[in-house]
Design a protein around this ligand. Structure first.
Ligand code: AMP
Ligand code: ZN
Length: 112
C-alpha cells in the first residue's frame, strides 16, 4: 500500500523527528501553521478516525501519552492544541490518521 506517512515511519521519505517510541512517531510538519507544529501518528497504518475499532483504539492512548511527553520535552508550558482532520469535509489530505500538535502562539477559538 502506498502511504506517505507509512513511508515516513519506514524512513523511505525523510522527516525531522520530534519523538519516537514503540507505537508512535512524531515529526515536524512540512508546512507549519504555528511556531511549533508536529504531526503525531501511530506507526501502524490506520486510515482515519472513522477507522478506530476496539482492537486499535489503544493506539490513541499511546498517541496522547506521546503528546504529553512531547509537551514536556519541548516545554510547551503555555498550552497547545491537538487537531485531527477526518475525511474530505474534515480537511484530511493524508490517508493515515494523524494529530496536529500546534503551539507557541495564541490559537484562535473557534478555529474557523
Ligand atoms: P491534513 O490536512 O490534516 O491531512 O494534514 C496533513 C499534514 O501533513 C499537512 O499539515 C501537511 O503540511 C503535512 N505533510 C504533508 N507531507 C508532509 C511531509 N512529507 N512531511 C511533513 N509533513 C507533511
Ligand atoms: Zn500509513
Amino acid at each position: 500500500m502506498d502511504c506517505l506517512f507509512c513511508s515516513i515511519v519506514k524512513g523511505e521519505i525523510p522527516s525531522t523527528k520530534i519523538y519516537e517510541d514503540e507505537w508512535v512517531y512524531a515529526f515536524a510538519d512540512i508546512d507549519p501553521q504555528a511556531p511549533f507544529h508536529a504531526i503525531v501518528i501511530p506507526k501502524e497504518h490506520i486510515a482515519s478516525a472513522a477507522d478506530i475499532t476496539a482492537e486499535n483504539s489503544y493506539l490513541l492512548a499511546k498517541v496522547y501519552e506521546a503528546i504529553a511527553k512531547i509537551a514536556e520535552n519541548e516545554k510547551l508550558s503555555g498550552g497547545f492544541r491537538v487537531v485531527n482532520n477526518c475525511g474530505h469535509d474534515g480537511g484530511q489530505t493524508v490517508g493515515h490518521i494523524h494529530f496536529h500538535l500546534l503551539a507557541r502562539r495564541n490559537l484562535a477559538w473557534p478555529p474557523g
